[in-house]
Design a protein around this ligand. Structure first.
Ligand code: ADP
Ligand code: MG
Length: 335
């Protein structure tokens, strides 16, 4: 059975699509069978993998509405992975799904029909926390959160983790947060590192290593219908995504330096719970969300005590614990 990852952040332009395309290509290079799912009505993943969304007739929209089996819709891409493509029709799908019973499970049920054909399924979520993203999270084993390392980039993370918690409570108890993937990273400034330390301290999420450096090579790739793994195969960006792919394949959450300046080291630095296990494994509990209440239980303890996030100083850990205990860790609720 495939391991399913939802790549999500409700903020646009943080490299969700780029990460899905690049990780997918890197996993294919490693010999894995990969399916990518374009869950964004803007269909940028579909376009960037060489398919024209304006002429595609069968898309993920038909699958979510139960009209077609996913096997009929899947397309091959030159980069290696298969793709469940999107078109603009997906925008209307949200409204139709909303009136349906079991709407959160449409993608999960569809993928169950074909997941034995793949080792990995990566879902490119849209920039919102609506029903399409909920479908992505409900279908996933783990969440990867691309985060642009700039001021205020943490602002949506609490709201996203609230949504993850809701999904854990209501539709997918096994869902786990693999961690934040630093993107568009500028290693020349201390600012990016400060943002990362702040995010891991506030929310006790793992920071996956290495960061993906900002590079013009990424902007060039989509126009050619191939990922950076092909268009600039020796670039630092391609090397970094290969490192993350190896970590996904190893199912490992350890093994690299925690210094965000390092690149290409391989692996993910994470809390003890951020490793990867199949959906059926129940040994590892879901990542707790600050201020949250587990199903049928008392409010979660401040999660920072459960493990030290990579790269955090002792002071940051203590500070985050104190903030959580004082109830100052924000928990956005509006959706
Ligand atoms: N590491 C990077 N360096 C420079 N540009 C990048 C990088 N990663 C992505 N981009 C560019 O940033 C833009 C937004 O990326 P995209 O993957 O579409 O984000 P999202 O899916 O989150 O909206 C695209 O033009 C993409 O080519
Ligand atoms: Mg996108």
């Amino acid at each position: 059975m495939a391991r399913v990852f939802a790549v999500t952040n409700q903020k646009g332009g943080v490299a969700k699509t780029t990460s899905v395309a690049s990780l997918g290509a890197a996993l294919s290079e490693l010999g894995c069978r990969v399916l990518l799912v374009d869950l964004d009505p803007q269909a940028c993943l579909t376009f960037s993998l060489g398919l024209d969304p304006d002429v595609i007739e069968l898309s993920v929209h038909d699958v979510l509405l139960g009209r077609l089996s996913p096997g009929l819709v899947v397309r091959r891409t030159e980069d290696g992975p298969d793709l469940l493509p999107a078109t603009i029709e997906l925008a209307g799908c949200e409204a139709v799904l909303l009136s349906r019973t079991g709407r959160e499970h449409a993608l999960r049920l569809a993928l169950a029909e074909i997941d034995e054909r793949y080792d990995f399924i990566l879902i490119d979520c849209p920039p919102s926390l609506g029903i399409l993203t909920i479908n992505g999270l409900t279908a996933a084993d783990e969440v990867i959160i691309p985060l642009q390392c700039e001021t205020l980039s943490h602002r949506g993370v609490g709201q996203l983790l609230d949504t993850v918690h809701d999904v854990q409570r209501l539709t997918n108890a096994e869902l786990r947060v693999r961690g934040v993937l630093p993107t568009l990273f500028d290693a020349r400034t201390a600012h990016g590192r400060a943002v990362l330390a702040d995010v891991s301290a506030r929310y006790a999420v793992a920071v996956l290593q290495p960061p993906i450096a900002r590079s013009v090579r990424f902007a060039e790739a989509p126009g050619s219908g191939r990922s950076i793994l092909t268009t600039a195969r020796r670039s630092r960006g391609a090397t970094a995504y290969r490192a993350h792919a190896r970590a996904l394949l190893a199912g490992s959450a350890t093994g690299a330096a925690s210094d965000p300046r390092r690149e290409g080291g391989g692996g993910a630095v994470a809390r003890g719970t951020a490793g990867s296990t199949p959906r059926t494994a129940s040994a590892v509990p879901p990542v707790p969300v600050p201020g949250s209440t587990p199903p049928g239980g008392s409010p979660a303890r401040p999660p920072v005590a459960a493990g030290v996030v990579a790269g955090m100083t002792a002071g940051a850990v203590v500070g985050a614990a104190a903030a959580a205990a004082a109830g100052t860790v924000s928990r956005a609720t509006s959706r």
